[in-house]
Write a protein that binds this ligand. Sequence first.
Ligand SMILES: [Zn+2]
Length: 250
Amino acid sequence: MQVERADPGIADFPSAAAPEFSAPETLEQVYTRIFRRLRPRTPLPEIRIEFRRYANANAQVRLQDGALLVKVADTLAGAPAPVLEALAEILLCKLFRRPVPPESNDRYRRHLNRRDVRRSLDLVRQIRGRKRVEGPQGARFHLHELFEELNFRYFHGLMARPVLGWSPYASRTILGHYDPSHNAIVLSRVLDKQNAPRLAVEYVLFHEMLHLRYPVEHTGVRRRVHTRAFKDAEKQFEGLAEARRLLRSL
Ligand SMILES: [Zn+2]
């Protein structure tokens, strides 16, 4: 059982994924390059790429009125440039009924199978699915109360309250999640059940509050979700070892 999570990686394309010293190729340029290679004699259409709020990691492409329309789930917006290029290759090959290069397929699938990516997709699905995040009032705990207590105890009461809610589903693999794009902390409903010890619930909420306090760091293509400062701050939690033990037995 872990409190691990990853944010859905929204809205930091493309600069965060590209080295700082070279001007990154735009996604339009990537599609142009691949289009030219696959269809060297066809006049280049206008290329329009949109990131859409899909519940899943989906993408589609079509040619319409002389324009190439590409729609990609915004959950992929923060994906590394080589992954987005692999996706471009897959979409255009499918559009022109050409075999997809296996290495592009592999690269795209490996990305989707990464543990953190899978988890954040699960969460996005929960958040955006038909059943939305439910309010802060649970059967046992009111998240506003827990938040203000922790805020007072560990943050001098200075942290602005984000959107707080219980997940509609009692997920055991994702206990908590901070979604920066919605400024929302969502706790799994499993933590609102009778047998959930308060200390464990507080710890999960505290962990997510630290994500608010210490944002993800990007160095080149690396993302550091739990920074050194984050980990140091986490050690301040009273009863940390006990809370972790309780979570494991939950
Ligand atoms: Zn975390």
